[in-house]
Design a protein around this ligand. Sequence first.
Ligand code: GLU
Length: 468
Amino acid sequence: MSIVTRFPPSPTGFMHVGNARTALFNYLFARRHGGKFLVRIEDTDRKRHSEEAVKAIFDGLAWMGLEYDGEALSQFARMDRHAEVAKQMVAAGKAYYCYCSPEELDAMREKAKAEGSPTFYDRRWRDRDPSEAPAGVQPVVRIKAPLDGSTTINDVVQGEVTVAHEQLDDFIILRSDGTPTYMLSVVVDDYDMGVTHILRGDDHLNNTFRQKIIYDAMGWHVPIFGHLPLIHGPDGSKFSKRHGAQSVGEYRDLGYLPEALCNYLLRLGWSHGDEEIIPREKAIEWFDLEHIGRSPARFDFAKLESLNAHYIKEASAAHLIDSSRRFFRERHGLELGDLAVSRITQGVEELKNRSKTLIQFADEAAFYARTIPYAFDEKAKAQIAESRPVLEALLEALAKLNDFSAEGVQNICKAVAADLAEGKLGKVAMPLRAAVTGTTVSPSIFEACAILGPEETCARIRFALQQG
Ligand code: GLU
């Protein structure tokens, strides 16, 4: 059997990490078996529909590197097909027109409430002759749910789950305005798309029993289901805004690499022995349904951050620089030109070790991209103000230095420290850092000067000395 999975998000304006994890699992399972991973946008709620919300989904998928097969489908565009299936079921005696008025339905609801019944619709049109239909009423179409017995679903994550049929009512599949309900659309689309495996959040488990009635009514093969436990917050309660960032876009904006978020989401709810670092190729090689966890996983921000630090260390300079360009721009107003890229590339190993996020990377590397005139922060200003003789001596010595390596610069600093700062290297390195970077926090200043080169380093010291 060729495997077909799907990701059918409702466009809500952002992509929740729970949805992202569902997409990832479906993607990995399809790729693992050389199958297809399809995307369908469940865009039938036209009142709230926005193209921007749809874009957020495609952006999220692209950022995470979850390429899908073929064209993404629009559920809304397929409404006629859904309605046609509803009518086929009526013709086959599997569904029927119901002409109940809102008042009748209200009365049924009240009665069911009083009796504590799990369903309310009393199926009064199920076997009634259509010739009794009241004039001028647009009917809904209801499915004939089984009246007794039970259905058991062998869920690949949850195991066997059974629901007694008395829990299931003859639910509506086509509204009186002729539009299909969600329950019908999902089944018709999944069938038409040839979906073999449905992995989705366990908030859809109850729907599965209703959807199976439609599959059975049409004589369609029922796909394999796996319902994933939801993600919880670190404290075990429902994961929500108060715990921290919720969407893929937020993590991107916080400076996470997609590799890290994907690895984290994969491990959150699936395991392969004790492996923590699972890059994409390994994930595709190893992913299986047997090792999806049955209980809700707690979101662990520290773990995600440490994975991000790991992937930052593993990344090439070019990848890191490209992924963090936006932070240089947004946070420092800097567009990276060739010179900046070359300097950052030379200093990248130390920058990597100092960065858990791309924001930290951009903040730490920004000085390489600055050009005179640049601003000094308050601490840097103070350092410069109290160390003018040190900076003047440094400038003189550095201007004459032939070996402008990190070691060469350090030796000059040591000599200046011996002369002017009782041998305390920090008393020279700190003002040098303040002058050259405009801040008091940076990678090794000796290496930084070597990378900037003699002309730029001396020009920056001179510029710093002109301040205040
Ligand atoms: N559109 C649904 C959601 O975003 C998914 C339904 C399904 O997976 O069957 O929750």
